[in-house]
Design a protein around this ligand. Structure first.
Ligand SMILES: [Zn+2]
Length: 255
């Protein structure tokens, strides 16, 4: 079988691709197709899937209903088109660029927010870090070592805003193991369950600030643009925050 390339890993800015079908299957009115140069990322790691369209021929556009991983490939799920395409057929994929862009901004924001929470509490266990389906907001929840009071939230927010203004580079790096990453980056490494990782890992490095294993797509700088951060109701010894991408009145406290 032809090996599938996930081109979003090399270039998350690419929003169209001309490629070729490498596998087709389906049942009950749906069609699953896999392509050689795959542009659509399936959901995972707290990030919803890409949205978009597939053109099997000129003026023949099919919305992608789902993106699933199966049998070592990533498949796009379509409603059954009138003509079933064949392996080897050319096709064009277009993703919803705004949706991906918002997801990337939120994903970088989640890393920054968690780093800020780690700075605020002695012990942190991340329970939830999830971007909603429409990629307009993210919810972050963590258990911490003590009751959370309002000044904790102000401090987490203040620190997050200073990270955003710092405009730090955000890029994926590879390490041959968790231990190797720890040796190279020291305290920057933030990891919730080191035993879940075996061998080579992909990590997201926020320059001089944070390093965390992640396979998602991220905004290339810590300057994620306007956002609001709000406290949500949570149990005692839990911090729960909603981060929304929207222009709002903000105040930077400074360092
Ligand atoms: Zn990430």
């Amino acid at each position: 079988m032809t090996i599938q390339q996930h081109i979003y890993n090399q270039d998350p800015d690419q929003i169209t691709a001309n490629t070729q079908l490498i596998a087709v299957n389906g049942d009950q009115g749906t069609l699953r197709i896999a392509v050689k140069e795959n542009l659509m990322r399936a959901s995972g790691g707290g990030e919803p899937r890409d949205r978009g369209m597939v053109s099997l021929a000129a003026n023949d556009n099919w919305p992608v209903r789902d993106v699933v991983k199966m049998d070592g490939l990533t498949w796009m799920v379509l409603d059954q088109p009138s003509t079933v395409p064949q392996v080897g057929d050319p096709l064009t994929i277009r993703i919803d660029g705004d949706h991906r862009e918002r997801r990337r901004r939120l994903h970088t924001a989640v890393h920054l927010c968690l780093r800020s929470i780690y700075c605020q509490f002695a012990e942190v266990e991340v329970g939830l870090a999830e971007i909603d389906e429409s990629a307009e907001s993210a919810v972050i929840m963590a258990s911490v070592d003590r009751d959370v009071v309002d000044p904790d939230i102000w401090e987490v927010d203040r620190r997050l805003r200073s990270y955003v203004l710092d405009n730090r580079a955000v890029e994926p790096v590879k390490a041959k193991s968790v231990e190797a990453a720890e040796e190279e980056y020291g305290d920057l490494l933030r990891i919730s369950d080191r035993y879940a990782f075996k061998g080579r890992i992909r990590l997201i490095h926020i320059d001089g600030l944070d390093l965390n294993p992640c396979s998602g797509l991220h905004h290339r700088s810590s300057n994620i643009g306007p956002y609001s951060l709000r406290r949500m109701l949570a149990e005692s010894k839990q911090i729960k925050l909603r981060l929304e991408l929207r222009a709002c009145w903000t105040y930077w406290y400074g360092d």
